[in-house]
Each structure stands twice: as C-alpha cells, then as structure tokens.
Design a protein around this ligand. Sequence first.
Ligand SMILES: [Zn+2]
Length: 446
Amino acid sequence: MSRDINNKYWNEELETLPREELEKRQLEDLKEIVKFAYDNAPYYKRSFDEAGVKPEDIKTLKDIEKFPFINKKTQRDTQGVGSFLGELAAVPEEDVVFISTSSGSTGVPTMSPFTKKDFDEFQDTESRWFWQIGMRPNDRYVHALNFSLYVGGPDVIGAQNLGALCIWGGTLPSERLLFILKTYQPTVIWTSPSYAWQLGEKALKAGYDPKKDFNIKKIIVAGELGGSIDATRKAIEDIWGAEVFDFYGLSDIFGACAAQCDYHDGLHIAENHILVETVDIHTGEVLEPGQTGELVFTTLRKHARPLIRFKTGDIGRIDITPCKCGRTHGRIHILGRKDDMFIVSAVNVFPSDIEAVIREQSDLTGEYLIRIFEKDFTSKYAVEVEKATGVDKDDDTVAAEVSAALKARIGVKPARVVIHPDGGLNTRSEHKSRRVIDERNIDYSI
Ligand SMILES: [Zn+2]
C-alpha cells in the first residue's frame, strides 16, 4: 500500500469523522466490548451483577456512567487470580501474543495483554501519530525508549510499518546515542523530555553543536509532562533546533494513546479506541467536556483485557472543539498525576506548574527538585534549583526572584528556595527523572 506523502492524514476518513459519526462508532464498539467483558472476564461479570447493571443497559454513550469504576488496584488485585492473566482478562492465554508490564513505580507491576488484533491496531495507532507529526517513509528514526517490558518499546513497529528507516536505539548510553546521531544523521527521535534536554546538554559539553552536527528535525517526548509545558518544550527546541511533539500513553493501554499535532494545543486522543470521561477527583461525579478532573478511560476495542471505566490517576480535561488541523478526535490537556498534586493554602499545585516557572528563569539551568512536606498541619513546598554558570547575581537575589515568580504564577510562594551551583543537583538521570520528593506521611496508594 502506498500513501500520498502529501496527505497530512494517515487515515483521513477516520481522523476527520464528523463528531456525530465518531460517537456512533464509539457506541457500537462500547456495546460490543461491554458485553464481551461481561461474558468473558470474571471480574466484570461479578462487578456488573453487584452494581445491578447489564450490557444491554448501554443505549447511549452516557449510559456508561451507570457502570462501576476500576483502577490500578483492581488490576493488581485480579492479576494472576484464577488464571495467569487474571480476572480482568477476557480471552484465553493462547489468544495473547504480547504483554507489557508497568514500571511498578507505585506498587506491584501490572501487565497489559494484547491479542494479535489488539497489537496490530495498537501499531496502526502509533503509525497514525508518527504520520501526524510529519514522519514519512524517507525519515530515519531513532526509537530511544526502553525495550524491556515497557509498552512504549514496540511503538517503533508503528514507525517501521509507516515505512521509515528505524533504528532500535533503546536505552543506549548517551555517548553511543550521540555517535549514532552524528554518524547516521537520523531526522526523528523519541525519548523522555528530561532526557531530550539532558542529551542536548551532553552533546554541547562533548563539543557537538546539535543544530549543525546532527539532522534531528522532530523530537517526540513522552513519559513525563515536559512536552506539554511550553517553556520546557521551547528549551528543548532551542538546544536542538527541532520541533518537539508531546505523546501520551498508559502502560495499561497503548504506548501512545494521544499525540500533539502541528498546533501543539493539547494531544489528539484516539477516540475510536478510547471513550474519555472526566470525573470529579473526590466524588467521581461525571464532569462536562472542558472541565478539569480525573480522566477515566474505557477501551473500546482491546479484547485481551478490556478496561471499562478505568480511573487513570491523571488530571486533565478534554477539548472536543474542532482543531485547526482538521482532525475531529478530541484533544486532552494533562495537568499531572493525581498522586503528585498537592494542596497549599487551598490551591491545587502540580509539579508541572513549578517546572514551567523554573524553565523560564534565565538565571537557572532548568534542573530542579521539589520537596513537599507538612508543617503546622498543612502542606508546604520547597524548591531546589541550580544557578547557571556565569550568572553574577548572589544566591539570595536569585532565590528571591524565583520565589516571587512562583508566587505570581501559582499563588503561593515556596517555604524556601535552595540555590545550587550548575550541576549541583543530582536529578540528571538517564531517560526518566524523579524530581518530586513527597515527605508527607500520607498513604496515597489507590
Ligand atoms: Zn490538531
């Protein structure tokens, strides 16, 4: 099959479906998957019966609201129960061709099984995102994501199916990756935002000029929020002279379920695969599109392990108004993880808000560490930052400026700002960084 490389859509009919038609298809798939889950996954049979709901109750998309939620804990509790794949799985093991597992950063790793059809549709969705950001068969692509167990690893197949020349980089040491960028002159790379930025810094320190010595035109980032923070995206773009696109995925579903288009105003989510709801963080009450809350996803076409009303733990909103690019699938805007959100003086604060402020300060390197702690029965936050080399202001002045900038943006100033020299913070890790330390004695397990 050959596609017109000048067509901006991978699947024009699907990507530009009128909203009404898109929702009609969602409803057909929803009816089918809810019935399939009820008939084949022991957990759903039990939980729907307990809630007094039946697959036949789905007459409109809104009827999904009658069904119970599941979350990460449901996955953990049912994994391995009754069978290797557990009680959420709806197919026998012989129909499963691939499992990925989560990092387990917030508990026991959970696995995500795929049938052959699930996997092929997953890769077709990845091809769609690659095409959306402008990747074409004449591109050379480095997939610099972890291949070990991680659901983002196989996404490279989507680029290969599109026809791009793919280099399975994985988590190579920086020196070897820079050698590949120099020698093979790839045009597109995917990594985490923090690593994209650090790799650029390492390139500069190693004597390369990323804009001249390499040929990177587009950088895909995922796994952390940076790609949706304008200041962070711009900082990466400035180093590389390349356009940065944010992707969003879930280990529970796909490598990338949503991706930015040329307009960078939210991430188009594959609504043919995922029914998106937004619910109140505390009450679970369903909110209107456009309102901010916890994102709840129902997978419409994944048969190995359907997720019906899965509370993602991500806070955000969906915008279903038309995008300038012509795609009709809604755009999600993610603010952060529910677990990372903290409340200071009645204000909801996300680490991403703090990152945006720090990355805009020209006196700082952009590296940071946030500590959240309790004092006098209330949450407080402190930030640690690095003063850039060559800045001749004293530390107190820089700290006062950072504090004032945070107060102006967020509404509450930090309890303290600690200034380190350039390179003084130990937050530069390969590929994924941990920049938030929560010292509060609160159990956040869900
Ligand atoms: Zn768009």
